[in-house]
Design a protein around this ligand. Structure first.
Ligand SMILES: Nc1ncnc2c1ncn2[C@@H]1O[C@H](COP(=O)(O)OP(=O)(O)OP(=O)(O)O)[C@@H](O)[C@H]1O
Ligand SMILES: [Mg+2]
Length: 245
């Protein structure tokens, strides 16, 4: 479970709020999609959620634990896929996964089972012994996902996870996200692919200029207007001119 309570983030002393009084509740068993224009504050929210950034005010709770007060236990609950590929280029894929497993204190048996399962699932077995610098963008993304899940975290936080993945890998990841939630866990992800959000999410929040402008199930967002696509809703809700009317 993820909870944002009146979370605001200003970078430096600019006074500009990248995230402005954000309140969110993502319950267990839910796939939660976070959508919004470039610069809306999605990555900033995710960095606050994962404890990489500290809020200017407000607090973030993961599984009831305050990220500011109990950062190690809160972070242990999270599997985080960042939007870049912050990988160690000189390590091989396998070395990288073992390194992460060691950091999280994953048992050798579980580590082996996880690595074997996901390397096979993402068709990465052949490349596992090669240095990461030789990987394509999609291969790096796959490795990042495998590494993020190695400690079996209940809460998955994924910043644009489908970027760079081929259709098969994207399909597998979506299935894994669904399965993870069906087992009573939580998935929070950002995306610009509205079809993915539409099909996969139990709930969606649209963020614009640091503020949530709409939140709920797709049905709730449509507010009775059946058949309205998420794209139409997105365009309406993030259009400054329409909003001012
Ligand atoms: N390190 C930083 N220092 C100063 N300002 C920043 C920093 N990172 C982000 N911002 C600003 O915060 C705002 C939100 O950025 P953020 O990266 O959270 O957006 P986003 O919704 O993830 O966008 P995108 O869809 O392009 O990934 C933007 O105005 C951006 O310029
Ligand atoms: Mg971003």
């Amino acid at each position: 479970m993820i909870r944002f309570e009146h979370v605001t983030k200003e970078y430096g002393k600019s006074g500009v709020k990248a995230v402005d009084d954000l309140n969110l509740l993502v319950e267990r068993g839910k796939v939660f999609g976070f959508i919004g224009p470039n610069g809306a504050g999605k990555t900033t929210s995710i960095r606050l959620m994962t404890g990489i950034l500290a809020p200017t005010s407000g607090r973030v709770l993961i599984g009831g634990m305050d990220m500011a007060k109990d950062p190690v236990d809160a972070k242990r609950m999270i599997g985080f896929v960042p939007d870049g590929h912050e990988l160690y280029d000189r390590l091989t894929g396998l070395e990288y996964l073992r390194f992460l497993a060691d950091i999280y204190g994953v048992e050798p048996e579980r580590r082996k089972a996880h690595i074997e399962k996901y390397l096979a699932l993402f068709e990465l077995e052949q490349a596992a012994g090669d240095p990461i610098r030789s990987y394509s963008r999609g291969m790096k993304q796959k490795l990042t996902v495998i590494g993020a899940l190695i400690h079996k975290p209940p809460v998955w936080v994924l910043d644009e996870p489908m970027v760079g993945l081929d259709p098969r890998a994207a399909h597998i990841l979506k299935e894994e996200m669904r399965r993870h939630c069906d087992e009573g866990n939580t998935v929070f992800f950002s995306t610009h692919v509205l079809e993915v959000a539409e099909k996969l999410c139990d709930e969606i929040a649209i963020i614009d200029k640091g503020r949530v402008v709409a939140e709920g199930t797709l049905e709730e967002l449509r507010s009775g207007e059946t058949g309205t696509s998420l794209e139409q809703l997105f365009l309406e809700m993030t259009d400054a001119e329409v909003k001012a009317e």
